[in-house]
Design a protein around this ligand. Structure first.
Ligand code: ADP
Ligand code: MG
Length: 249
């Protein structure tokens, strides 16, 4: 298979992934790297196998979402670490869905630690490392010109659909989906599509029995040596025998 991950085709090098122009104008190739960062990139380490694991977890989640009728960027996982995707005009908003209160939300507001949110709490942050991803409201997003009221309503609707599908998907493998961050973009026809990635880098995942952390929070806590084992645990529970055959794993 010809995969053009040539630096001449590099569109954008982010903190964890590299985005390359695909063969057709409406396609990109997303390379999942082993780089892991915390604190807006202040701390950066290389975690062996992370790109491999995350790309496959992401493809599996995107496929499950597609089956449930949620449009995603996924065209195909060409091979581990290499995702062919629809090229999107990204909306610089991090849409965060919270089922349980933890992390920044309990530092900023007097929510009780581990209290459930019913209905799920949707938060939108401005995706801009220089400004440290400040929390948005509709008025600010509209004034910045990054989304219309209709776009914002659509983002909330899609985020809740994603949450429903993923909550079930993880519950079935004994994992609590605590919260997650997603990003959307517009395709060439202006449709809002789920882009970027969903992986243990962008979700909080707790073992349903032990409440052990199975996500990037371990890295934020400095438990670097536990990160890959936790990601592998998610990978092993999520991937069926069929998936392994399909992707030659
Ligand atoms: N389908 C897509 N088309 C174009 N750009 C995308 C797509 N999916 C994700 N992106 C962008 O590519 C970058 C992915 O790399 P990442 O390492 O996550 O970057 P960042 O450091 O900005 O979070 C992000 O900026 C993301 O918004
Ligand atoms: Mg990112």
């Amino acid at each position: 298979m010809m995969i053009k991950m040539d630096s001449r085709n590099l569109l954008y090098e982010g903190k964890a992934k590299s985005v390359f122009q695909g063969e057709s104008p409406n396609e990109v190739i997303i390379g999942f790297r082993d780089d892991m960062t915390a604190g807006d990139g202040a701390r950066k380490e290389t975690m062996g196998q992370k790109g491999y694991i995350n790309s496959i977890i992401c493809a599996k989640i995107f496929e499950t979402l597609e089956d449930a009728g949620v449009k995603t960027q996924l065209i195909e996982l060409c091979e581990p670490c290499v995702m062919k995707a629809k090229k999107l005009d990204m909306i610089p908003i991090e849409v965060i869905v919270r089922n349980i209160a933890t992390g920044s939300i309990i530092r900023k507001f007097p929510f009780e630690d581990k209290a459930p949110f019913n209905p799920p709490l949707i938060q939108m942050d401005f995706k801009d490392d220089q400004f440290h991803d400040p929390m948005l409201n509709d008025a600010i997003a509209i004034a910045l010109g990054i989304a219309t009221k209709e776009d914002l309503d659509k983002l909330r609707e899609l985020a809740l659909e994603v949450n429903e599908v993923m909550t079930k998907m993880f519950k079935d493998i004994g994992i609590i989906l605590v919260d997650f961050k997603i990003e959307f973009g517009k395709d060439s026809e202006g449709n809002i599509i789920l882009g970027d990635e969903i992986s243990p880098d962008s979700c909080r995942l707790w073992d349903a029995e032990t409440l052990d952390i199975l996500d990037k929070e371990l890295f934020r806590q400095g438990k670097d040596d536990e990160v890959i084992n936790a990601y592998e645990e998610v990978f092993n529970r999520l991937l069926s025998e069929e998936d392994r055959v399909k992707w030659n794993l």
